[in-house]
Design a binder for this molecule. Structure first.
Ligand code: KG4
Ligand code: ZN
Length: 351
């Protein structure tokens, strides 16, 4: 088993995952309430809060050990996210993990946060149905090499990824990430953080023909990126604000506004993916991961496109799409074992 910690932003998470991907313990405590009143994450408050929550997680770990969920001797390594993220929270979480590794005489494995998102797709129970009995390393060999769309609050990347989770970046964003666009537009509409789930919930209320036609009209007015330049969402956010300001129908039709935005973001992502068509030669697998991969409309759209291209589409189970520690444990199992902590930090390494 690997015991892992994730603390790169405002979630303090701990998980215990075995070599086959069975999740024996999975705790994720969010600080959203603490930061909500400031309109964003306050790094210093986050660091202190991680520190306090780790105390609670230690108690849960002790209880799990007492309840025989695991035996200390079964733990091979302790892993933690080393970056990218907020430096204070990262230091609190990773030093805590290092402390446990040292006290229990286990080796310590640093994990790149994005590699955690890449590994999260290996937690899909459908893989066990399709390939029973495989270890995580063997499962990784089944679904990688793959082209991966990683869409989260901080990143928007199209990558070619190997079974050891080495990645070459094909397309990136020139400004905001897709999740950031969801979050900022939600704020403009007065919807709560995180914006993605709030917008999805509201968009699902856009059901009548008249609302759907309004959503189509608005979606047609919103801009898409010029595909050859990669992803871009800052212009969309501004255009969305201007649309809200100039069209008086927006106030009474929030579900249609949300639907138009959700569709435009999914369209924009797909437009850039299509522009990287050449990279799909000899590739059988297409993967979507990261917090925004929880979006139902995006999943449907990517599945349909993959079916048309004869690609196997894999995505992350909903419960592991946003930040969690199980994905960090899985990455620690699967990533090239010769990684040292220095390498985990370098940009070149993820490429
Ligand atoms: O991966 P994640 O937890 O954190 C980062 O590493 O950034 O992703 C968080 C992002 C937020 O921007 C959130 O609004 C977005 O994922 N998100 C969604 C959905 N669930 C979370 N976006 C669209 N639809 C969702 N259902
Ligand atoms: Zn993340």
């Amino acid at each position: 088993m690997i015991l892992a910690f994730e603390s790169s932003c405002d979630e303090t998470a701990m998980a215990l995952v075995d070599a086959h991907g069975k999740v024996l313990l999975n705790c994720c405590l969010s600080q959203i309430e603490l930061h909500n009143r400031y309109g964003g994450v306050v790094p210093e408050l986050a660091s202190r809060s991680h520190f306090e929550i780790l105390d609670e997680l230690t108690q849960r770990l002790q209880k799990a050990e007492a309840d025989k969920v695991f035996d200390r001797s079964q733990i091979q390594s302790v892993a933690a996210t080393m970056g990218p993220g907020l430096i204070g929270p990262l230091l609190v979480g990773s030093n805590f993990a290092r402390g446990i590794a040292s006290a229990w005489s286990k080796d310590f494995r640093g994990v790149h946060h994005l590699r955690g998102h890449l590994a999260s797709v290996l937690l899909d129970p459908q893989l066990d149905e399709k390939y029973p009995g495989l270890t995580l390393v063997e499962k990784a060999q089944k679904i990688f090499p793959a082209i991966v769309l990683l869409v989260s609050g901080g990143h928007c990347l199209l990558m070619l990824v190997t079974p050891q989770l080495e990645a070459r970046i094909l397309k990136t964003t020139s400004d905001d990430a897709a999740g950031e666009c969801f979050d900022k537009c939600a704020k403009l509409m007065g919807l709560p953080y995180p914006g993605g789930p709030s917008i999805q919930k509201e968009a699902l209320l856009c059901t009548s023909e008249s609302e759907k036609s309004l959503a189509r009209e608005w979606a047609a007015q919103l801009p898409r990126p010029k595909s050859e330049e990669g992803f871009s969402f800052a212009g969309l956010k501004t255009a969305f604000r201007l649309l809200m300001e100039k069209d008086p129908r927006g106030k009474a039709n929030r579900p249609a506004l949300c639907k138009a935005l959700e569709e435009t973001i999914a369209d924009s992502l797909l437009k850039v993916i299509k522009s990287a068509d050449d990279s799909f030669e000899d590739i059988e697998n297409f993967i979507c991961c990261g917090g925004v991969a929880a979006n139902l409309h995006l999943r449907e759209k990517l599945q349909k496109w993959s079916d048309g291209k004869d690609l196997n589409f894999h995505t992350v189970p909903f419960s592991y799409a946003t930040d969690n520690a199980a994905m960090i444990a899985v990455a620690a199992w699967v990533q090239a074992s010769n990684l040292n902590e220095q390498q985990v930090f370098t940009r070149g390494h993820l490429e």
